[in-house]
Every structure is written in structure tokens, then in C-alpha cells.
Design a protein around this ligand. Structure first.
Ligand SMILES: [Zn+2]
Length: 68
């Protein structure tokens, strides 16, 4: 069965004590960052993630293979 590599990130990966179960999965890191930024803006009132936050997010990102 063919599978695809996806990038995955959950709010809990970045902030384990935050209690937010939001999770995002996309084909590219850019897309994940875009979705996460959107979520952070609406759910966490974070308008522009600070460079340290972006670094943290990228570090917490995981690769998963998804069967297509
Ligand atoms: Zn969240």
C-alpha cells in the first residue's frame, strides 16, 4: 500500500501543560506552520509567533507516514 510522509504537530508537543489537544498534519512544514499560526491566532490569541516559538514548533514537528 502506498504511503506518504506527513509532518505532524500537536499543541501538546509544544506546550505539554497547555491542555490544548489541537493537532495538525500536512504534507509540508510550511503548510503545518501556516495551520498552526492560524490556530495560535484564534485559539491562543497569539498573533505573530516569536522566533523562539517558531524554533520550538519546528523542533517539535514529527514525521508520520500516512497510507493513501
Ligand atoms: Zn492549541
Amino acid at each position: 500500500m502506498p504511503s506518504k510522509q506527513y509532518r505532524k504537530l500537536g499543541c501538546l508537543d509544544v506546550n505539554p501543560t497547555g491542555g490544548c489537544a489541537f493537532e495538525v498534519r500536512a504534507e509540508t512544514e510550511e503548510e503545518v506552520m501556516r495551520l498552526v499560526a492560524d490556530h495560535a491566532k484564534h485559539a491562543h490569541k497569539m498573533d505573530n509567533p516569536a522566533p523562539e516559538m517558531v524554533k520550538k514548533i519546528k523542533g517539535a514537528m514529527k514525521s508520520v507516514s500516512v497510507t493513501v
